[in-house]
Design a protein around this ligand. Structure first.
Ligand code: NDP
Length: 432
């Protein structure tokens, strides 16, 4: 904490992981001698840079760009770019740190990294977004590469931004390579990447419920967020017979007791880039409320899919009182440590984001494989692989929890299973 003052989200993420690794260190004293944990919490490299850009009125703005290359023990750094005004080094470090374990859990050869900028894409014209992305890549390009560091999207970075970033990278290096994932389908993207995080979250949730004698079909689900993860989690949950009744954005939330009409949400969010408040115009029986509040709606399953620390201990208590059976994180670290503990204390099934939202990065790694082979797999092929990866992640986390006498503690299980592979690779590669 003294070495990294003010990085509160990073401290939170590290505390959560270190709290669960003590039994592994006890069983493996060689890790302590090798300074493994000290090395693990220190990024291999942190890059911070100026991003100047010109708005449509000719005024110059300056934002900060970041890329934290956290750990490359098991593969090239891999993790998204976030464009949001709240971005700072502590947030990028927390995301990069989590990414190490998540990527390890996918079973694919990818290390951990994350990046972004405090740029706010909201209200900007397409040309402003393009100029910002070009300026951002004009510095970032020298640090990344298909075998070095492969960024993707995250909050505020979707298909449009990846396109502009990729165009500028290719223009500078004069190589057509798999340096970004989440690319459009006409220039190397993978089918099912757009859907992957949300679909993967629901595949994971379904497996977790099944393992405890329950089924997603017929369940009432509350979802927060209305972005990429929230939309495709809602779609897959509906396809599997669940009823999703809420969605939200940073301004407010909607409750639709008849079940969310996803076509309406997609038109608002993906086509018009509008606000969730517009939902009620098309669905008069639904309610719109300003602020936050999705967790007050009674449900069987809660899927937080917006942002970090959006579900606190008070929200957890309300969900529990209302009979929630399972909580699975689509966002990264949406539950506070106290909220997580409250769920666990009360026997609620709880899936941490680093396990349950790993479908996005897993499919990004599948995009890298397709690019390397110069092939495109079908939607069904990618979706099938995604599904088996998510089922496998659930069972890895569940069995690690059992092995360490903490049955059903998927936080501990995911941390340990993710850590062990990285730890073995770091031990084998010496003190680097
Ligand atoms: P999007 O930008 O597509 O959507 C984010 C959603 O969350 C929007 O509805 C946004 O509302 C809301 N939101 C963002 N910040 C806040 C905030 N501070 N308070 C309240 N609501 C907020 O992002 P994604 O769907 O891609 O990402 C959502 C979460 O999932 C993030 O935690 C991300 O790290 C995680 N994730 C994403 C993956 C992916 O493949 N995209 C992979 C794994 C994890 P508004 O529009 O008003 O800002």
């Amino acid at each position: 904490i003294q070495q990294n003052p003010g990085e509160k989200e990073f401290h939170q993420a590290v505390t959560e992981v270190l709290n669960t690794l003590a039994p592994v260190i006890e069983r493996n004293p060689q890790f302590e001698k090798a300074g493994l944990l000290e090395r693990l919490v220190e990024p291999e490299r942190q890059i911070k840079f100026r991003v100047p850009w010109v708005d449509d009125n000719g005024k110059v703005h300056v934002n900060r760009g970041y890329r934290v290359e956290f750990n490359s023990a098991i593969g090239p750094y891999k993790g998204g770019l976030r464009f949001h005004p709240s971005v700072n080094v502590g947030i990028i470090k927390f995301l990069g740190f989590e990414q190490i374990f998540k990527n390890s859990l996918t079973g694919l050869p990818i290390g951990g990294g994350k990046g972004g900028s405090d740029f706010d894409p909201k209200g900007k014209s397409d040309n402003e977004i393009m100029r910002f992305c070009q300026s951002f890549m004009t510095e970032l390009y020298r640090h990344i590469g298909a075998d070095t560091d492969v960024p993707a999207g995250d909050i505020g970075v979707g298909g449009r931004e990846i396109g502009y970033l990729y165009g500028q990278y290719k223009r500078i290096v004069n190589r057509y390579e798999s340096v970004l994932t989440g690319k459009g389908l006409t220039y190397g993207g993978s089918l099912a990447r757009t859907e992957a995080t949300g679909y993967g979250l629901v595949y994971f949730t379904e497996e977790m419920l099944k393992d405890h004698g329950m089924d997603l079909a017929g369940k009432t689900v509350v979802v927060s967020g209305a972005g990429n993860v929230a939309i495709y989690a809602t779609q897959k949950a509906q396809q599997l017979g669940a009823k999703v009744v809420t969605m939200s954005d940073s301004t407010g939330w909607v409750y639709d007791p008849e079940g969310i009409d996803l076509d309406v949400v997609r038109e608002i969010k993906e086509v018009r880039r509008g606000r969730i408040s517009e939902y009620v115009a098309a669905r008069p029986n639904a309610q719109y409320h300003e602020g936050r509040g999705v967790w007050t709606i009674p449900c069987d399953v809660a899927l937080p899919c917006a942002t970090q620390n959006e579900l606190d201990v008070e929200d957890a208590r309300i969900l529990i009182k209302n009979g929630v059976k399972a909580v699975a994180e689509g966002a990264n670290m949406p539950s506070t440590i106290e909220a997580t503990e409250e769920f666990q204390k009360n026997g609620i099934l709880f899936a941490p984001g680093k396990a349950s939202n790993a479908g996005g990065v897993a499919t990004s790694a599948l995009e890298m494989s397709q690019n390397a082979q110069r092939l495109s797999w079908t939607f069904e092929e990618v979706d099938q692989k995604l599904q088996s990866i998510m089922v496998n992640i659930y069972h890895q986390a569940a069995s690690a929890a059992k092995e360490y006498d903490a049955e059903d503690n998927l936080v501990l299980g995911a941390n340990i299973a993710g850590f062990l592979k990285v730890a073995d690779a770091m031990m084998a590669q010496g003190v680097v």
